[in-house]
Write a protein that binds this ligand. Sequence first.
Ligand SMILES: [Zn+2]
Length: 119
Amino acid sequence: MTEEQVLRWIINAVADGWTIEPTYPHESADKAASLDKEGYHALTLARSELDVSISVWGSDELHVDVPETYDWDVMVRGTRICMYCGAVGNTVRIGFAGRCCPECREEHKAKVEFSGWTS
Ligand SMILES: [Zn+2]
């Protein structure tokens, strides 16, 4: 990803209704921005060609894969995909930051949520 791709992503996100503010008071939003829409949260960096990134968390507070070209529907769909079986539908948190369907949660939770874990 390039700085230009990050900036284009931000422009498209804001046009799609995301609010934006600088992440840090001493740095402009085109270098480091925090964006929000409908419970989704994004952090962007475009400081140099080696310091570029876009991270998005869904309304379930779990990480969402970000397409290089801004696409709201792809990100929303990403919050509905089971990490184990790939089913698309209702998902729940599993382990520290996983996302899966309720059926896979029953099957896998004992392996990733050890004694002392609270969910
Ligand atoms: Zn599943």
